[in-house]
Design a protein around this ligand. Structure first.
Ligand code: HEC
Ligand code: HEC
Ligand code: HEC
Length: 339
């Protein structure tokens, strides 16, 4: 009997809640989604595919959109649909048929929102895993390495980016100069693992990228077009707030003295066959070495800092706290006032 007792305030609040739900957002969303669905079925489907297997672009009129709910950042999608974005394919999507980009269908803002809702609810691709890659600690140096991959793996041969504000690269496939504002990271990462899962036999290219290479290139693409990208600065991390040079000393002994010598004179047993010679730390003011350069030299090695490749990259070998301690040791041991 007790359970039948109804608190009048709660009852009133409950009714109010149900009323607000029913009267406003749900019905609006439903109406929106319906409008979105109708547009997709009646307009967009005349050119785009929303179901079935990915196909060669040479059998298509427009890019496949089965994963449309996963691929785009919503603000970009809206801007594209209301005609506020340039074409993605400079020579036209089917450069084998036409040789120029044609204007895309333009929707009103309301219809674009409805389509974006429809994409979001219906066009999800189960192959795309959430948070498969974490860029919360993506550094500017990593972006630089990604930029090098973009050139050395010929990406720039087929995709355009901007260099000092100027478009550079081959206009074969989608422009990537604004990719950081366009793609959802999870989609891009999955695409990079195997482009042929999305665009088979379209003239696409498979790069031999290791786990780290994929991180660099995907992270780099996520910075393009983004103002003030919030790069991670390892030398400002907590590891560097708790350093102890004493803990760094044995690390130096284990990894550095082999080349740089027991006292940092550049005369370790490994120095003999090396040209240029390992630096004589004892003659350097490592206390004054810029913090970003010192970290990057140790983490990414000489080859990535315009020094000899015989100075190894230690990023995978020395754990973060040890690296921070080692740097503290270098700075306290090799000081300018000792010179
Ligand atoms: C007449 C054919 C046609 C119709 C109709 C059409 N599109 Fe497109 N769409 C294209 C072409 C061609 C491209 C590539 C254009 C470019 O260079 O940007 C494209 C590109 C896109 C893209 C970006 C694709 C990518 O590569 O990531 C989206 C999203 C899109 N269309 C959505 C829509 C939606 C939503 C509708 C319906 C409201 C629609 N399109 C109607 C031809 C069409
Ligand atoms: C030989 C030309 C070529 C090279 C080289 C190339 N791509 Fe592509 N890329 C393509 C083609 C073709 C597609 C499929 C889309 C299309 O129909 O154009 C594609 C698709 C993409 C897409 C998805 C575009 C979209 O929005 O749907 C990304 C991102 C991409 N490539 C990045 C890269 C990166 C990074 C590299 C270098 C590792 C690279 N590409 C090298 C031709 C190339
Ligand atoms: C396999 C040999 C080798 C080992 C091991 C090695 N280095 Fe080096 N290191 C070099 C060489 C060679 C250079 C000179 C590079 C040049 O001048 O282009 C160098 C240069 C340097 C420099 C000077 C960079 C500059 O601006 O001139 C620093 C600092 C340095 N190493 C730190 C370390 C630390 C710390 C370790 C241990 C974690 C270490 N190195 C381990 C070979 C080595």
């Amino acid at each position: 009997m007790k359970r039948l007792f109804i608190n009048p305030t709660r009852f009133f609040l409950g009714i109010l809640l149900i009323f607000t739900y029913l009267s406003f957002p749900l019905s609006l969303l439903a109406a929106n989604e319906k409008q979105g669905e109708q547009l997709v079925n009646e307009v967009c489907s005349t050119c785009h595919k929303f179901k079935g297997e990915p196909e060669s672009k040479f059998n298509l009129q427009a890019p496949d959109l089965m994963w449309g709910g996963d691929k785009y950042q919503r603000p970009w999608l809206i801007r594209f649909l209301i005609g506020k974005e340039p074409n993605l394919y400079p020579n036209g999507y089917r450069w084998d048929i036409v040789r120029q980009a044609e204007p895309h269908v333009v929707l009103s803002d309301e219809k674009a929102q409805a389509v974006a809702d429809y994409f979001n609810q219906n066009l999800r691709d189960s192959r795309i895993k959430k948070n498969a890659i974490d860029l919360s600690q993506f550094s500017e140096k990593e972006a630089e390495l990604g930029a090098e991959i973009f050139e050395s793996f010929s990406c720039i041969g087929c995709h355009r980016i901007k260099d000092d504000g100027k478009l550079v690269g081959g206009p074969i496939s989608a422009d990537l100069f604004d990719s950081g504002n366009r793609y959802n990271l999870d989609w891009l990462y999955r695409f990079a693992l195997n482009p042929q899962d999305f665009t088979p036999h379209s003239g696409e290219y498979l790069a031999d990228l290791s786990g780290l290479g994929a991180r660099y290139i995907v992270g780099y693409l996520m910075t393009l077009g983004v103002d003030n990208y919030p790069y991670y600065e390892p030398w400002k991390s907590n590891y560097f707030k708790n350093t102890d040079p004493k803990r760094g000393e044995p690390v130096y002994k284990e990894y550095c003295t082999q080349c740089h010598g027991a006292n940092g004179d550049g005369d370790g047993p490994g120095a003999e066959g090396l040209e240029p010679k390992p630096a004589a730390h004892s003659k350097m003011a490592l206390s004054d070495y810029p913090e970003d350069d010192l970290f990057n030299l140790l983490y990414y090695g000489g080859k990535n800092m315009e020094k000899a490749a015989t100075m190894p990259d230690w990023g995978l070998t020395i754990p973060p706290q040890q690296l921070a301690d080692l740097i503290a040791f270098l700075r306290s041991k090799f000081k300018v006032d000792l010179l």
